[in-house]
Write a protein that binds this ligand. Structure first.
Ligand code: DGL
Length: 269
């Protein structure tokens, strides 16, 4: 497989949430064409078993490798948490994922080394963030984690600043108050859209960290190191989904902050 700077970057997610990562990559690397895959027929992954998520992740990886991508970005925290070996085992190109990147930004932000993590039930059950924080930050990093399964459907409903979402956030985040945290990792693709509301709920003493910008910076460093950075003026992006492309466009443009022109319906094998 031959790659040159014009080869695309593959970004994938269980659905449209990974567009928050695609957006950060487009902002930092505006010349790069992106092939985005969202498994809208089978979302959410965050409440499925690791075996099922790994099987789905392998199918998507094969799909993107067939598009000759030069770099793969796993935008989905759940896939990064439970299916990374299935992805890296198939990929001859570098694989970047959101968990190490999110852990690294949290460690850079924290002063007290007391870090909270909120994510889907599968990501929380995997303890992937705690492992990454201990590996990158050492054993003295204090962590507390909380699954917030209702946030994904609330964001998909567009209830980013809705009283119901606020009520749910207060309920989920109340137990964290006793832990004296100074940093909270938004460990799910959808949560950055709730950042303003979550910041109000947790108060000014806690910084919110997500992985999108950190992953984009890592992508830039890898492409530069390999001489694969593209500086095209208007790269062509394409978006591939497994169901309901019209809904993907309607909701996804809010995640991406830009119009989506080339959206295609795909069947995975
Ligand atoms: N993309 C998933 C994540 O970041 C959230 C949506 C889902 O559960 O599939 O964990």
């Amino acid at each position: 497989m031959h790659h040159d700077p014009s080869s695309p970057i593959g970004i994938f997610d269980s659905g449209l949430g990974g567009l928050t990562v695609a957006r950060a990559v487009m902002d930092l690397l505006p010349g790069e064409p992106i092939v985005y895959f969202g498994d809208t027929a089978r979302v959410p992954y965050g409440v499925k078993s690791p075996d099922t998520v790994a099987r789905y992740a392998a199918q998507i990886t094969r799909f993107l490798l067939a598009k000759n991508v030069k770099l793969l970005i796993v935008a989905c925290n759940t896939m990064a948490a439970v299916a990374l070996p299935a992805i890296t085992g198939l990929s001859p190109v570098p694989v970047l994922e959101v968990i190490d990147a999110g852990a690294e930004s949290a460690l850079a932000a924290t002063r007290s080394r007391r870090i909270g993590i909120i994510a889907t039930p599968s990501t929380i059950a995997s303890h992937a963030y705690e492992s990454a924080l201990a590996r990158l930050g050492g054993p003295d990093v204090y962590t507390v984690a909380k699954a917030c399964p209702l946030f994904v459907p609330l964001v998909e409903e567009g209830w980013l600043d809705h009283p119901a979402t606020r009520l749910v956030a207060v309920e989920y985040l109340a137990p964290l108050a006793a832990h004296n945290l100074d940093t909270l990792i938004l460990g799910c693709t959808h949560y950055p859209l709730l950042a303003p509301l979550l910041a109000e709920v947790v108060g000014p003493g806690i910084r919110l960290q997500d992985s999108a910008t950190a992953v984009a910076r890592r992508a830039a460093a890898i492409l530069d190191a390999k001489g694969l950075r593209n500086t095209a003026a208007a790269p062509a992006h394409s978006f591939h989904v497994t169901d309901l492309p019209h809904r993907f466009i309607a909701v996804g443009e809010r995640f991406l902050g830009r119009p989506m022109t080339d959206v295609r319906l795909e069947t995975l094998v």
